[in-house]
Design a protein around this ligand. Structure first.
Ligand code: ADP
Length: 247
């Protein structure tokens, strides 16, 4: 396996005395596709909040890349600059702007929807936007108003907007929620393609979706790693069966 891009070592977080993350340790390799699964309350969201700097752990270390940089002292904006992009469940595209304009804004974080109206884009921007649109399968919808896209297409556009910022790690929260079967399959293809050039971590409930991702799976439970390996391997684990089926 490649060198670790992200490593969490023995991190713990408590909310009002309740341990949401409990001595959690694991690592994500450079360019890896990984699924994180676990029942409600397992600590998946809190883990993503820690990686993006939204929540500070009470103990432990978060190590980013070979530079051995602890993320703990950094703010969210600095972490985005280090190369972590986070996709929340609900798409948050600018509905009044076209797909092209949304991607253009994403190329330069400081460009507001208003400024884009007056911005004379150059050939380099056009090429990057064309490549991004191709990557997210929206190459035939560049001039479409984003509010008129389907739910799945909005999710892909938002992933494209994150990819525009060239993250080394993309965190995606339940991308398949609310999608049609066809959109789910396209999302699997998109994420697998995205993981060819950067690490992608997908937090997901839907087991069929995780099976199609065909990647290493980490099962979280009560804030710790319960099992790790292929989906077949972890779903044969008696502890995992116990947690999911309540035995
Ligand atoms: P998951 O995303 O796996 O469903 P979470 O990370 O959201 O789990 O939550 C883990 C546990 O921590 C849950 O029991 C939840 O109620 C608790 N929790 C999460 N955030 C807070 C918070 N801000 N204040 C209090 N409790 C929290």
């Amino acid at each position: 396996m490649n060198e670790a891009l992200l490593e969490v070592r023995d991190i713990s977080v408590s909310f009002d005395g309740f341990k949401a993350i409990n001595a959690l340790s694991f690592s994500i390799a450079e360019g890896e596709l990984r699924a994180i699964i676990g029942p409600n309350g397992a600590g998946k969201t809190t883990f993503m909040d820690i990686v993006t700097g939204k929540t500070k752990p009470d103990a432990g270390e978060v190590i980013w890349g070979e530079k051995n940089v602890s993320l703990l002292k950094r703010q969210e904006s600095q972490i985005a600059r280090l190369g972590v992009g986070r996709k929340f469940q609900k798409p948050t595209v600018f509905e009044e702007q076209t797909v092209y304009e949304n991607l253009l804004m994403a190329l330069d974080n400081d460009r507001s929807p208003f400024a884009v109206l007056f911005y004379r884009h150059n050939e380099n921007d056009n090429q990057r936007i064309a490549a991004l649109a191709e990557e997210i399968g929206l190459q035939d919808h560049l001039e479409k108003r984003s509010g008129d896209l389907s739910h799945g297409q909005k999710q892909w556009l938002e992933i494209g907007m994150l990819l525009a910022q060239e993250p080394r790690l993309l965190l995606v929260d339940e991308p398949a929620a609310g999608m049609t079967l066809e959109e789910r399959q396209k999302t699997v293809d998109l994420l697998r393609r995205a993981a060819q050039t950067r690490a992608v971590v997908v937090v997901e409930h839907d087991m069929d979706f995780v099976r199609n991702l065909d990647c290493r799976v980490t099962v979280l439970h009560e804030g710790s790693v319960l099992a790790e390996g292929s989906l077949d391997h972890v779903t044969e684990n008696q502890d995992v069966i116990g947690v999911y089926l309540g035995r």
